[in-house]
Ligand binder design. Structure first.
Ligand code: URA
Ligand code: CA
Length: 434
C-alpha cells in the first residue's frame, strides 16, 4: 500500500477499507508515515467526511495502537460515562455512587483537570486521605467488592490518538465530526468499557456550541460504539451555564454529597438521574430507562446511594466523616460576595468564563505542571431565571487571597442581568439509538 494512493482515494471522496485504515494508523503510530502525508489525509477527511464503516475502523485501529485495559475479571457489565467537558460538572462523583448502589459495577479511570474544567481525581483528592494510586489488581478487587472504584489513568492507551490529536491541533483539523467521535470513543473502548454513556454538552461553555452540532457528534459516537460491539447511549445536555452552584474541587465534593443526600441542586440531580438511568439500564437494571430512573430516585431517598459513597471513600483511604461533616473538607480563608450592579433577572451565566474565574482563584491548572488549591472556587448564589436586586450577591468567591478584584470583574462580566430571561432547557435530547 502507498499512503499517496490512500490520500488520493479520500480526496476523491471514496471510502477507505478497514485494511487501509488499519495500515495507515499503524504506519503513522510507528512513524513510517510522515506527518506531512497524514496532514493531507486529515484535511481530506475534514472536507470529505467518513462513512460509518470508516469511522468504526478508524476507532478500532486507534484502540489497537496501544494497550487495552482488561476488565473481564470484574463481574457484570462495566458501564463507563464520558462527558465532553463542562464547568462545575459534578456528575461523575454522584453517578459513581448512585449507579453502584444498584449493583452495576463502575470501574472508573479518570484524569486530572487541565484549564478551566475540573478533573474527577482532583475533586476526590480534596477528601483527606483519598488516593487513586492503586494497582490494577486492587482496582478490580475493589470494584468486585464495592461495585465502584476510581483509578488514575495509566499505561499507554491509544498512542495513535495522542499523535493524531497533536497533528490535528496544528493543521486546523480538530473540528471534524468523524475525527472527534473516533478520538473520544477509542479512549473509552481501550479503557475496557462494555457499554458507554455519553454526556454531550452544548452551549456557550461547551465544545459544541449548537444543539445541531452536539446531536451530530452524539449520533456519530453512538453509532461507532454500537458498531464495535459496545452498547452506547447519549444525552445532549446544556452547558451554557454551569451545572449546579459550585465550581471548584472541594466545593464540588460538598455539592455531590448534598446531591446524594437528596438535597442537591435541581439541575445536577436531574442530569444525574438521566445519565444514571442510561448507565443502570445498559448495566442490566430496569426494563426501560424510566424504571431504571425510578430505582435510582429510590436509592437517593432511602440513603443507599449516600451509604455507597461513604463505602467508596473509605475503601480508597478517604475519611468517610466528611460525608456527615463536610466542614472537614479543605476550606478557603475568605468568602467574598460578588454583588449585582443592578436589579433584574439573571439572563446568562457564561459557563466557561466562570470556569476561568475559578481558575484565577487557583482551582484549575494553567499547565500540566501547575499545582492547584483544592479549597478555592466559586459558589453561585443565582442561576439563569433568578431575580436579583442591586447589591445582592450573585456569587461567593472562596479564596485564599484577600484581593480578588480581578476575579470579581471576571465574574461580573460573565453574568448578564436583564429585564427578563429565556428559560434554559437542561436536557436537549436523549439518544437511545442512532
Ligand atoms: N476530545 C477528544 O478527546 N478528542 C477530540 O478530537 C476532541 C475532543
Ligand atoms: Ca457544580
Amino acid at each position: 500500500m502507498r499512503m499517496v494512493d490512500l490520500i488520493q482515494k479520500k480526496q476523491r471522496g471514496e471510502a477507505l477499507t478497514a485494511q487501509e485504515i488499519q495500515w495507515m494508523v499503524e504506519g503513522y503510530t510507528e512513524s513510517r508515515i510522515p506527518d506531512y502525508q497524514m496532514s493531507a489525509m486529515l484535511m481530506a477527511i475534514y472536507f470529505n467526511d467518513m462513512t460509518d464503516d470508516e469511522r468504526a475502523s478508524l476507532t478500532q485501529a486507534m484502540v489497537e495502537s496501544g494497550e487495552q485495559i482488561d476488565l473481564s475479571a470484574i463481574q457484570g457489565v462495566k458501564v463507563d460515562k464520558h462527558s465532553t467537558g463542562g464547568v462545575g460538572d459534578t456528575t461523575t462523583l454522584v453517578l459513581a455512587a448512585m449507579v453502584a448502589s444498584l449493583g452495576v459495577p463502575v470501574a472508573k479511570m479518570s484524569g486530572r483537570g487541565l484549564g478551566h474544567t475540573g478533573g474527577t481525581i482532583d475533586k476526590l483528592e480534596s477528601i483527606p486521605g483519598f488516593h487513586v494510586e492503586i494497582s490494577q489488581e486492587e482496582f478490580i478487587d475493589l470494584v468486585n467488592k464495592n461495585q465502584v472504584a476510581v483509578v488514575g489513568q495509566s499505561g499507554n492507551l491509544t498512542p495513535a490518538d495522542k499523535k493524531l490529536y497533536a497533528l490535528r491541533d496544528v493543521t486546523s483539523t480538530v473540528e471534524s465530526i468523524p475525527l472527534i467521535a473516533s478520538s473520544i470513543m477509542s479512549k473509552k473502548i481501550a479503557s475496557g468499557a462494555d457499554a458507554i454513556v455519553l454526556d454531550v454538552k452544548t452551549g456557550a461553555g461547551a465544545f459544541m456550541k449548537t444543539v445541531e452540532d452536539a446531536r451530530e457528534l452524539a449520533q456519530a459516537m453512538v453509532r461507532i460504539g454500537n458498531q464495535v460491539g459496545r452498547k452506547t447511549m447519549a444525552v445532549i445536555s446544556d452547558m451554557s451555564q454551569p451545572l449546579g452552584y459550585a465550581i471548584g474541587n472541594a466545593l464540588e465534593v460538598k455539592e455531590a454529597i448534598d446531591t446524594l443526600k437528596g438535597e442537591g441542586p435541581e439541575d445536577l440531580t436531574e442530569l444525574c438521574l438521566v445519565l444514571g438511568s442510561q448507565m443502570a439500564h445498559l448495566g442490566g437494571v430496569g426494563n426501560d430507562l424510566d424504571e431504571a430512573k425510578a430505582l435510582l430516585q429510590e436509592n437517593l431517598e432511602n440513603g443507599k446511594a449516600l451509604e455507597k459513597f461513604k463505602q467508596f471513600v473509605a475503601s480508597q483511604g478517604g475519611d468517610p466523616d466528611v460525608i456527615d461533616h463536610p466542614e472537614k473538607l479543605p476550606q478557603a480563608e475568605y468568602q467574598i460576595p460578588v454583588e449585582a450592579e443592578k436589579d433584574g433577572v439573571v439572563s446568562h451565566i457564561v459557563a466557561d468564563s466562570i470556569g476561568v474565574a475559578s481558575m484565577m482563584l487557583g482551582a484549575g491548572r494553567e499547565t500540566k505542571e501547575s499545582s492547584i488549591d483544592l479549597a478555592v472556587g466559586i459558589v453561585l448564589n443565582k442561576k439563569v431565571g433568578d431575580r436579583v436586586k442591586q447589591g445582592e450577591p450573585l456569587a461567593f468567591l472562596h479564596s485564599n487571597r484577600e484581593d480578588v478584584q480581578d476575579v470579581k470583574e471576571k465574574v461580573l462580566q460573565s453574568i448578564s442581568i436583564e429585564e427578563k430571561a429565556d428559560a434554559l432547557p437542561l436536557i436537549h435530547e436523549i439518544i437511545e439509538n442512532a
